[in-house]
Ligand binder design. Sequence first.
Ligand code: MG
Ligand code: ZN
Length: 192
Amino acid sequence: MTALAPAVFLDRDGTLIEEAGYLDHLDRLALFPSTVDALRLLARAGFRLVVLTNQSGIALGLFDELFVRQTHDALQARLEAAGARIDGWYFCPHHPAGQVEALTMACECRKPGPALARQAARDLGIDLERSWMIGDRWGDVGLAATAGLAGGILVRTGYGRSAEARPAQGTQAAFVADDVMDAAGWILRQGR
Ligand SMILES: [Mg+2]
Ligand SMILES: [Zn+2]
């Protein structure tokens, strides 16, 4: 039995890549300048790296699951070309008020719901209590509480600045970081 590893769960849009509204074309994919270095740093420190992303555009009929998988393949290829990689990609395709009937529901996997983090923990052997979440919305930070993580970090990229200006009732960030690299540095300074 191998020991469980800590993970850093990462939001995708506005955290690893530029927020593009509902990203619906691969031409619009743009990694932030420090994303690759942040991922390399965290991986070297022994963290599994897992993307958790709400993709309600699928339930809203804006794009399909295949497009989301192709986006993740394209991102992984870009990261690997630069010496970084994501260990697991998980997305929620649902929305409580969608257009696609089968995906219109209040689910457990839409962040801050814990289902995607729990699934990743089973798939990848992750110790949730020693893991962190990084994201640009309160729904990302809030997942730290629902999934029983060590804490959630809000980044000021993407929608992060407006989130910071409008604190969420009952959701507290362990740290507010300028970007994903700032968040990674803070995590590494916490010791484990
Ligand atoms: Mg985001
Ligand atoms: Zn869902």
